[in-house]
Write a protein that binds this ligand. Structure first.
Ligand SMILES: *[C@@H]1O[C@H](CO)[C@@H](O)[C@H](O)[C@H]1NC(C)=O
Ligand SMILES: *[C@@H]1O[C@H](CO)[C@@H](O)[C@H](O)[C@H]1NC(C)=O
Ligand SMILES: *[C@@H]1O[C@H](CO)[C@@H](O)[C@H](O)[C@H]1NC(C)=O
Ligand SMILES: *[C@@H]1O[C@H](CO)[C@@H](O)[C@H](O)[C@H]1NC(C)=O
Ligand SMILES: *[C@@H]1O[C@H](CO)[C@@H](O)[C@H](O)[C@H]1NC(C)=O
Ligand SMILES: *[C@@H]1O[C@H](CO)[C@@H](O)[C@H](O)[C@H]1NC(C)=O
Length: 731
């Protein structure tokens, strides 16, 4: 992290001199030099209007101020109570930029004559922060709108510029009344504020969203934020203060509930339009997000200290999973940003957090030849901790089971029909539900990807090359491995899909495109910058338990109008529906097709409107082997078939749903409304750490209850290994 030394910070302005520009290998021709960094940004496809634009209608006493620090060198300001401006525009969004300081105060904003929001221009600075985004909305129907802002008493309000955006229109909200019993509902509600490249549910009320450093509308400390917590109940977003560039990091919870987010990107400097963000090199970063269950997200923070906490080696596009000892295994990645991996930049190792002394590594990376064998398309490897404690991995066309305790590798059959399943030929994968009924036999499902040749240069690949419609299943016992991967077909081909486990044991496959490849700015016939095209807009339900040929169903499934291509995500929520966010095949925020997508959609399975069972006891911790009582309220019609289900919603990015897991728990019931449930038999079946308990009654789940599995203690610490890592590697 040599770039750390090249950073000079002073009063809200920072200059970064980076030596390694590496943003997905793409350098735009109009690259700017390092410039003063503020939230002001006009994404491609948007239009900026300066404060003196004649059609901005000012009322009250306004005066002009001039400075090279202002957009267009001028700013219009008022300190009159009730002073206002209004502006009529044609688009789907509007952003208002101006100064913020101790003299600015609250402003009432109306859109089309209706009160929309009260905002505050106050910040704890005596000298103004310039070019700040004071207000933004991107959720308007396409067409003409009028924004009006009215100043409050005793405060200052100003206009530096207004930016009109023209994103794609919102989806209509289907009416609940017209829903049939098998009808799913898709609604658009909320925007993420920072683009949702990475997504994890962190509490019953909040999701963590992590992006790369770019011109997101949500600000913190006078500059755009690149991480936030999203309130699942009222859709408000709170920016998080992140130091390093988390572009293409991976993440996992540890056994004590702390989430780690590791790896990322170097500082992107002089060669991009996003010149100067004040961020640190994220390639070796370890970022901690401690358990945060407050309903208003107070105390939710990202902690970074690269001097104390870092990985032993640089990793861009690494996968991170939790092991049976509660620690994290960090797998592969590339040593610098790029696109397709290659031998020069490959990092063919694993390491652990906290660092371990294992196979003589003393905290340093352990070589894994599988990550060399699988070049070139092997970034964001697929990995799951198996019920025997070993780790399944798939990359490119190959798969293994790796025993991290012995450093032994068992080769598995190759994925058939030339399909490659990891970045940039990204498919998605799940460990199918584990059940005591078959002694927890692991079955791996992989869907989508591409048959493109990963030795082909990018100028021979097109956004129109078809993705694959194949899914592959492998049962990880002797007969299953001897039988090999079983092939089945989705109704549509998908590159970079997401697969989300429901508490019912069924799976929703969604997002992705039917042609092209992951990434942006690399291939022929890019759409905007997207390497992929032909978004697949209708999710499909996959039932792993019925016979092949009958597993896929689109019955009652709505279609979206929002394209979810590269950098899109989806996760199950504690309520039991699916949160869908992101899509950004762009170097920086863009409004052009395929633009940066901030809108969130919610896919409600039919059970969301049915009478559901309820867990009425607040269990916080579940030990291994032990039993615990759960009080439940069952639907009035009773329950013919009941299951107790423990889930990990996973850490989602780049089609990888790391740690995603569903384990059926044994239970007995001596009296109605009370279950005696057995915890998972051991830490291999459910690695210790946070989970979600659901009671499912005739295919209708309760809401999930957050529980800690195991004793809640952190993984064991090896001080020698930590010390060795610190003295052997630089920060
Ligand atoms: C708004 O802009 C769009 C796209 O340029 C155009 O098609 C439409 O006619 C405009 N609508 C109005 C009301 O001006
Ligand atoms: C404003 O900043 C000063 C100096 O950093 C600090 O002492 C004060 O508590 C802050 N006030 C508020 C309201 O945050
Ligand atoms: C959303 O809920 C949180 C927690 O109750 C609250 O702090 C926040 O102000 C709410 N936001 C909005 C926009 O209602
Ligand atoms: C390997 O990848 C890096 C990063 O994308 C790139 O700069 C380099 O040119 C590639 N090397 C080869 C031999 O393709
Ligand atoms: C682990 O095994 C691989 C071969 O599979 C070998 O290359 C590597 O050196 C081994 N590491 C240690 C520390 O034994
Ligand atoms: C959990 O364990 C990790 C690894 O040792 C540690 O960094 C973190 O601070 C712990 N979290 C809590 C909440 O104690």
């Amino acid at each position: 992290m040599a770039t750390l030394l090249a950073i000079v910070l002073f009063v809200g302005v920072s200059f970064v001199l980076a030596n390694e520009p590496a943003w997905n290998g793409h350098i735009p021709s109009n690259a700017a030099v390092a410039a003063l960094f503020t939230p002001y940004y006009v994404p491609p496809g948007a239009k900026s209007y300066d404060s003196d634009f004649p059609h901005i209608n000012y009322k009250g006493d306004w005066t002009d101020k001039y400075s090279t620090g202002y957009i267009g060198k001028s700013l219009r300001t008022t300190s009159q109570s009730g002073g206002s401006f209004s502006f009529t525009f044609n688009g789907t969004g509007i952003e208002w930029f101006g100064n913020m300081d101790q003299y600015h105060g609250s402003v009432i904003i109306s859109i089309d004559g209706m009160k929309y929001k009260e905002i505050s221009g106050w910040s704890n600075n005596s000298r103004p922060l310039k070019q700040q985004r004071l207000f933004w909305t991107f959720e308007l129907p396409p067409g003409r709108h009028t924004i009006k802002a009215v100043n409050s008493r005793n405060s200052v309000m100003d206009v530096d510029a207004l930016v009109v955006t023209r994103g794609s229109p919102s989806t209509a909200t289907p009416s609940l009344a017209t829903r049939r019993s098998n009808q799913w509902a898709l609604t658009q509600k909320g925007t993420t504020g920072v683009h949702a490249m990475q997504l994890a549910i962190v509490s019953s009320t909040h999701a963590l969203i992590v992006d790369k450093v770019e011109h997101n509308p949500l600000s913190i400390d006078g500059h755009p934020a690149w991480a936030a917590v999203y309130n699942l109940e009222n859709h408000s977003v709170k920016p998080l203060r992140m130091q390093s560039n988390s572009f293409c990091a991976g993440g996992t919870f540890l056994s004590n509930g702390t989430l780690i987010n590791v790896g990322g990107n170097p500082v992107v400097a002089s060669h991009t339009s996003a010149a100067d963000f004040g961020d640190l090199d994220g390639l070796q970063a370890v970022r901690l997000f401690h358990p945060c269950d407050t309903s208003d997200a107070t105390g939710c923070e990202i902690y970074e200290n690269h001097h104390q906490l870092r990985m032993a080696s640089p990793r861009w596009y690494n996968t991170v999973i939790r092991l049976s000892d509660g620690s994290a295994m960090i797998i592969g990645g590339s040593k610098k940003g790029g696109w397709m991996n290659n031998a020069t930049v490959n990092n063919p190792t694993i390491e652990f957090y906290p660092p371990k002394n294992i196979h003589g590594s003393n905290g340093l990376p352990v070589h894994l030849p599988f990550l060399e064998k699988t070049l070139n398309s092997n970034l964001f490897p697929i990995a799951f901790s198996l019920p025997d404690g070993r780790v399944f991995m798939a990359a490119n066309r190959d798969a293994i089971i790796y025993d991290w305790t012995t450093n032994e590798t068992q080769n598995l059959p190759q994925i058939p029909n030339n399909v490659r399943v990891t970045y940039p030929m990204a498919g998605t994968s799940l460990l199918l539900p584990l059940t005591p009924e078959n002694d927890y036999i692991a079955v791996i499902l992989i869907c989508g990807g591409s048959t493109l040749d990963d030795n082909q240069p990018s100028y021979e690949i097109s956004s129109q090359d078809p993705a694959t419609d194949q899914c592959f299943r492998l049962t990880l016992n002797e007969p299953g491995i001897a039988l090999g991967w079983q092939v089945e077909y989705m109704p549509e081909a998908r590159i970079m899909p997401d697969a989300v486990l429901l508490p019912t044991g069924k799976i929703v496959i969604l997002n992705g495109g039917s042609t092209g490849i992951s990434g942006y700015g690399n291939v022929l016939r890019q759409v905007g910058s997207s390497n992929a095209d032909n978004p697949v807009l209708q999710p499909v339900l996959y039932d792993p338990n019925v016979h092949e040929g009958r597993r896929f169903s689109r019955d009652g499934m709505p279609s979206s109008s929002i394209s979810r291509l590269y950098h899109s995500v989806a996760t199950l929520t504690p309520k039991g529906n699916i949160m869908i966010a992101g899509s950004n095949p762009n170097l920086d925020r863009s409004e052009m097709k395929y633009g940066t997508e901030y809108r969130v959609e919610w896919l409600d399975p039919p059970y969301m409107t049915q009478e559901r069972p309820r867990i009425v006891e607040n269990i916080q911790q579940i030990g291994f082997e032990g039993t615990f009582n759960v009080k439940v309220e069952l639907p009035s019609a009773g329950c013919n078939d009941m299951t107790a289900v423990l889930m990990d919603f996973g850490y989602v990015t780049h089609a990888v749903h790391a740690n995603s897991r569903l384990v059926y728990l044994r239970y007995s019931s001596s009296q109605p409304g009370s279950l005696r449930v057995e915890g998972p038999p051991n830490a291999k079946i459910y690695p210790p750490g946070p989970g979600w308990l659901f009671i499912v009654c005739d295919d209708v789940p309760s809401e999930g209850l957050k529980v800690m599995i195991g004793d809640g203690q952190g993984p064991s610490i090896d001080l020698d290994a930590i010390e060795n890592l610190r003295k052997t590697t630089v920060d």
